[in-house]
Design a protein around this ligand. Structure first.
Ligand SMILES: Nc1ncnc2c1ncn2[C@@H]1O[C@H](COP(=O)(O)OP(=O)(O)OP(=O)(O)O)[C@@H](O)[C@H]1O
Ligand SMILES: O=C(O)C[C@@H](O)[C@H](O)C(=O)CO
Length: 331
C-alpha cells in the first residue's frame, strides 16, 4: 500500500521553492580561504540544487523564487532554463537586492565550511503574490526548504505555498535545511520549521535539525523513532533522518524502519551530500519505489556529488547513479 499518492494528471512533477544563490567553491583546496585566490562559480542554494537534481533525473520541474536584477540573477535563471526547469515563477526582484553568495572552503575532505554573504538577498524578497495557486495545483509535489522561513516575506510565501499544496493534493516535501547564518535564533528556526513539519508529508533532516524543532515543539528526545512518531501524529507519512557518512534511517507511518547504506566515495567535499541525496530519494519515492530503494538511490547520488568539486553541476543522471549501485552490490 503506497504511503503517498501523487496526482498523475499534473503538468509538473516537482516544484522547488526558495533559495537561489551562487556557490563560489575554492579552487585551491586543502588550505584556508585566506590563501585562496580563485573560485569556480556554480548555481547554489539547497532547494535549487535539489530541483536541479530532479531535472537531471528527467523529472518535469519548476521553481518559485526571486533572483537579483543583475548578471548573477541572469546567470541563475539561464542555468535553470538550460536544465529544463520552468522559470515562469522565478521573479526578477527590482528592489536593489543581491544574490546570496556561498564561499566554500575545503580544508580537507572532511573539513569544509561555507562563508555566506546573505545581506539583502533576493530570495528572501519572495512574496505571497509570487505564489500562484494555478501553478501550485499544476504540480504533483513541492519542496519547502527551511531557510525560506527565516525572513519575511519569504516566510509567508512559503506558508501560502504549503496551504495551496494541501488544498490541491500536492505532496509536500520538507527539507529542514537549517543554516544558522540566516536565522535570528535557533529558537525562531525551531518555531517556524516545526510549524511547516506539522503540515508536511515527507520530512528530511539531520538529527540536530529535528532536535532544533523539538526544542520548541517538544519533547526533546534525541531519538529517531520517537521523533518520527511525533510527526506522524501530525501529517507526515515518511520521516528520514540523515546521519552523514553513517547513512540514513527512514521511518514510515505504517511502522517500517529502514536503514540506508552509504557508498564508497573519493570525498572532495562533504557539502552537497544532503541535496543530492534528497533529489534522488524524492525521485525514487515519486516513482513508487520502496523507501529503502529510494534511500539507496539517494545515497549513491550523494557519493557522486561529495566526490565532485561542485554541487549543482555534479548532480548525476539515473544511469550514473545506477552504475554506482551496480558496482557496489549490497552485501
Ligand atoms: N562521506 C560520505 N560518503 C558517502 N556518502 C555520504 C557521505 N556523507 C554523506 N553521504 C550520504 O549522503 C546522505 C546525506 O548526507 P548528510 O547526512 O551529510 O546530509 P546533510 O548534512 O544534509 O549534507 P550537506 O552537507 O549537503 O548539508 C547520507 O545519508 C549518506 O547516504
Ligand atoms: O544552500 C546553501 O545556501 C549552500 C549551497 O549553495 C551549497 O551548495 C551547499 O551547502 C549544499 O549543501
Amino acid at each position: 500500500m503506497s504511503l503517498l499518492s501523487f496526482e498523475q494528471n499534473r503538468a509538473v512533477d516537482f516544484i522547488g521553492l526558495g533559495r537561489l544563490c551562487i556557490d563560489l567553491n575554492a579552487n585551491e583546496i586543502h588550505r584556508p580561504m585566506e590563501e585562496t585566490r580563485t573560485f569556480t562559480k556554480y548555481v547554489g542554494g539547497s532547494p535549487a540544487n535539489i530541483t536541479i537534481a530532479m531535472a537531471r533525473l528527467g523529472m518535469k520541474t519548476g521553481f518559485i523564487g526571486r533572483v537579483s536584477d543583475d548578471q548573477h540573477g541572469r546567470f541563475i535563471t539561464g542555468y535553470l532554463e538550460k536544465e529544463g526547469i520552468d522559470t515562469s515563477s522565478v521573479i526578477t526582484d527590482r528592489s536593489g537586492s543581491v544574490t546570496g553568495l556561498a564561499f566554500t572552503e575545503i580544508l580537507s575532505p572532511t573539513e569544509c565550511s561555507i562563508l555566506m554573504y546573505r545581506d539583502n538577498v533576493a530570495d528572501f524578497k519572495l512574496e505571497t503574490g509570487d505564489v500562484s495557486e494555478e501553478y501550485i495545483k499544476s504540480a504533483k509535489s513541492i519542496l519547502i526548504s527551511g531557510t525560506a522561513l527565516a525572513k519575511s516575506p519569504s516566510r509567508e510565501a512559503a506558508f501560502k505555498a504549503i496551504e495551496l499544496a494541501r488544498k490541491h493534493n500536492v505532496v509536500v516535501f520538507f527539507d529542514i535545511d537549517y543554516r544558522p547564518y540566516s536565522w535570528v535564533s535557533r529558537e525562531e528556526a525551531g518555531v517556524y520549521c516545526g510549524l511547516v513539519a506539522e503540515k508536511s508529508d515527507v520530512i528530511l533532516g539531520g538529527r540536530e535539525e529535528f532536535d532544533l524543532m523539538e526544542a520548541v515543539h517538544g519533547p526533546l528526545q534525541h531519538n529517531d523513532q520517537a521523533t518520527a512518531q511525533k510527526w506522524f501524529d501530525h501529517h507526515a507519512k515518511i520521516v528520514l533522518v540523515k546521519h552523514g557518512g553513517d547513512g540514513s534511517v527512514a521511518f514510515t507511518k505504517d511502522g517500517r524502519v529502514l536503514t540506508g547504506r552509504t557508498f564508497p566515495a573519493n570525498v572532495v567535499k562533504t557539502f552537497g551530500a544532503g541535496d543530492s541525496f534528497a533529489g534522488a530519494f524524492i525521485y525514487g519515492i515519486m516513482h513508487g519505489w520502496e523507501v529503502d530503494r529510494s534511500q539507496e538511490f539517494g545515497s549513491a547520488s550523494a557519493s557522486i556529488v561529495v566526490s565532485s568539486h561542485s554541487c549543482s553541476d555534479a548532480m548525476p543522471t539515473v544511469e550514473q547513479i545506477q552504475a554506482i549501485i551496480d558496482a557496489n552490490p549490497a552485501k
